[in-house]
Design a protein. Structure first.
Length: 169
């Protein structure tokens, strides 16, 4: 990866932001009073990756990942380098703030939180790099990470595919 100073200025600012995020510093703390999100009060309250409303967030992030990658096949190597750079930062900083276990499975909430943080940051970085609008739901997820929380999934997905508020720790 080329040094951040050689990156597009907007992407370089985003990478500075990734370095400054208060990763998980506010999990368990009260959410802002005006939020529609539902709060988790402990890691053990997370329903797990197979809960449909949790799985939906992962599915939507995977679809965005695949769409972004397919939209710029000639930039695949550059995208992968940016993803790896952002992921290294998030993994190093975020994993140090929670009981992360690199050997845990997807049901270990703190590890799932770190992996999701890395994916979310990577997707935002790719949108910036490709000059694509950051989808509103991804912006909302990123905002919760910026606030030191974990947006762990949705509370519900209705039959008509509408999404309920986020489930936040």
């Amino acid at each position: 990866m080329k040094p951040d100073s050689n990156l597009d200025p907007v992407l370089a600012r985003f990478i500075q932001e990734v370095n400054a995020v208060p990763w998980f510093k506010n999990v368990g703390q009260p959410l802002p009073p005006d939020t529609k999100a539902r709060q988790l009060h402990g890691w053990e309250d997370w329903p797990g990756p197979e809960e449909p409303a949790i799985f939906e967030l992962s599915e939507r992030q995977q679809a965005l990942h695949d769409d972004l990658l397919a939209s710029a096949p000639e930039r695949h190597e550059e995208l992968e380098h940016v993803w790896e750079h952002i992921s290294e930062i998030v993994m190093r900083l975020a994993a140090a703030e929670v009981p992360y276990d690199a050997n845990a499975d997807a049901w270990h909430a703190p590890s799932a939180a770190v992996w999701q943080a890395s994916w979310t940051a990577g997707l935002v970085g790719w949108c910036i790099l490709l000059c694509r609008q950051i989808p509103a739901e991804l912006q909302e997820q990123w905002r919760w990470f910026l606030l030191g929380h974990w947006p762990s999934g949705y509370t519900v997905v209705w039959a008509d595919e509408r999404l309920g508020p986020l489930l936040v720790f």
